[in-house]
Design a protein around this ligand. Structure first.
Ligand SMILES: Nc1ncnc2c1ncn2[C@@H]1O[C@H](COP(=O)(O)OP(=O)(O)OP(=O)(O)O)[C@@H](O)[C@H]1O
Length: 524
């Protein structure tokens, strides 16, 4: 191994232990080492300017520090630049030729005018040469997308993009219908999922920043935009927000949202009806393709194959792709390697569960939207009880509002307690001190009795402190009560444990991960 590379590996593993997984995956993981000219130099490649600027701003000094003190071969000069343009089939002459062929094949009668109505400002593209992503950004303002093909084989393209009605607020996905040259196109965009009503906090600010960038520069260097994170955290909302913004920016833009299961179902249907070419043409003609929950592609080889080609064609044409997933691309089992690696070509951002203040802000905003006054103490009460999922937060709020409506009372903590009685009772069972001790002991592979014991070895003392911290955070027991439940300890011991773990959550990635996992187990 080249010396700078092994120094970089060391640096990466230090950063991995120092940073939250979300930050590590978003900013450090995509960096690549370029062949260095001297053993004390390192040249890193960032996939795009967004990552480059962020890394330079936030992590460069730490990277310099770690590399200059690398064990055997300190690096004295570190340079980071943006990835050169990819020299794959995407931007090769064959790629351009393929796209031109698609355009020529598209039937003339469907082109209303020589100006494409469904593209962003696009310029003819030069055959590709290796060039930095800077020039790529300008260059991907590309050719018109292939105009829509006529329907044949009796296959109605409308069915490609049925609304996928998974909106828990109950409005359903409202379709936008464009009629272009006889092709009925449905965007499936939910008009209520917009940037304006997306509440930002620490947990989702990266996702929002990336989505905003894409809305401002579709088909630019953040293509594809890959948003990942747990259930009900706002991935779909952000994706629609980009789509809606694109339609405002360019009325008539052909933006298509669909769930990955719909893509699979439509593909199967197209195969059955012998209409796979229509299927291909349809998806390759869009300005932006938004596919939700792509983990459902796992294990579906034919769909992956088809999606792979669609994906390539869209990227090649400078058309924006946005994908969401419940996990980091590399962690999707059953997905072809070539897709995994392509998913990381643009920008990958994580959305984390919202912290307390963001949960309160979301509740207040949602209540305001429906004109229901929600006092702060009631909002805090709900937000403290429902932690891991915005969709559940919304569900709880809906129940509270409905209860206030039917009983003719104002919303208060008391009313919240009544409206959410069954949910809170279930939670109380889940987050009793006994259960916390059981879950923590299981997680750290120790015995519950160890948590009660006087043993002070690190392997027991740290889990005990974590369990005390969780007991304070999740239950309503006082410090003396918690101390009592941990082998009759003093309340100052509990207080010390809570402070220590709180501090470690900031400074120690392992503890942060442990607490996050335990919270997830205990609250969902
Ligand atoms: N930051 C936020 N501000 C306002 N609303 C939010 C926010 N995050 C999530 N929501 C709302 O929470 C609900 C669930 O969000 P969404 O459907 O986008 O989640 P998801 O991450 O795509 O979940 P899944 O993985 O289940 O598809 C939506 O109604 C959305 O509007």
């Amino acid at each position: 191994m080249e010396l700078p590379e092994s120094a970089w590996e060391q640096c990466v593993s230090s950063l991995q232990s120092e940073l939250p997984a979300q930050q590590f995956n978003t900013w450090i993981r995509p960096l690549r080492v370029q062949q260095a000219e001297a053993s004390n130099q390192l040249h890193l490649i960032a996939p795009n300017r967004f990552v480059l600027d962020w890394v330079n701003d936030k992590f460069k000094s730490r990277i310099d520090e770690l590399l200059s003190s690398a064990d055997h071969h300190p690096i004295t000069s570190v340079e980071i630049s943006v990835a050169p343009r990819r020299s794959t089939s995407f931007e090769t002459n064959q790629g351009v030729a393929a796209r031109q062929k698609r355009q020529q094949e598209a039937p003339r009668q469907n082109i209303a005018s020589s100006q494409p109505s469904n593209s962003y400002s696009r310029q003819p593209q030069q055959p590709a040469v290796e060039m930095p992503a800077e020039s790529q950004m300008a260059q991907v303002e590309l050719l018109p997308a292939a105009p829509p093909a006529p329907l044949n084989n009796g296959y109605n393209t409308e069915s490609f993009a049925q609304p996928y009605n998974d909106n828990p607020m109950g409005q359903g996905k409202v379709d936008k219908v464009d009629v272009e040259g006889g092709l009925q196109h449905k965007s499936n965009l939910n008009p209520t999922f917009i940037f304006d009503n997306f509440v930002v906090g620490k947990s989702n600010q990266l996702g929002l920043a990336a989505a905003t960038q894409v809305a401002e520069n579709p088909g630019g260097s953040y293509n594809p935009l890959f948003i990942y994170g747990g259930v009900g955290l706002g991935k779909t909302h952000l994706m629609h927000a980009v789509g809606n913004a694109l339609c405002v920016r360019k009325p008539g833009a052909k933006v298509v949202y669909l769930h990955s299961e719909r893509f699979v179902a439509d593909m199967v249907k197209a195969l059955q009806l012998n209409a796979i070419n229509d299927f291909k043409r349809y998806y390759r003609s869009v300005d932006a393709l938004l596919i939700d929950d792509i983990q459902f592609f796992a294990g579906k080889e034919r769909s992956q194959e088809e999606f792979f080609h669609t994906f390539n064609a869209l990227l090649e044409g400078g058309q924006q792709i946005i994908l969401t997933c419940d996990r980091y691309p590399k962690e999707i089992n059953g997905l072809e390697e070539r897709l995994k690696s392509r998913f990381g070509w643009g920008l990958t951002v994580a959305i984390e569960p919202p912290e307390l203040e963001t949960r309160v802000a979301i509740l207040k905003r949602k209540a305001e939207q429906v004109g229901a006054p929600l006092p702060n103490d009631a909002a805090f009460f709900i937000a403290q009880r429902i932690r891991s999922n915005v969709r559940e937060l919304e569900g709880a709020l809906k129940r509270v509002i409905a209860n206030a409506h039917f009983t003719g009372r104002d919303i208060s903590v008391e009313l919240v307690r009544e409206a959410l009685k069954d949910l809170l009772a279930l939670q109380d069972r889940l987050v009793s001190i006994d259960n916390i001790q059981r879950v923590v002991a299981e997680y750290y592979k120790i015995k519950v009795s160890d948590l009660h014991s006087k043993r002070r070895s690190r392997s027991v003392a740290r889990p005990r402190q974590v369990a005390m911290y969780l007991a304070k955070d999740l239950t309503h027991h006082s410090l003396p009560e918690i101390g009592e439940a941990f082998g009759g300890r003093d309340h100052t011991t509990v207080l010390h444990a809570c402070r220590k773990i709180k501090e470690m959550i900031e400074s120690d990635a392992d503890i942060r991960e442990d607490v996050k996992n335990l919270l997830r187990t205990l609250t969902t």
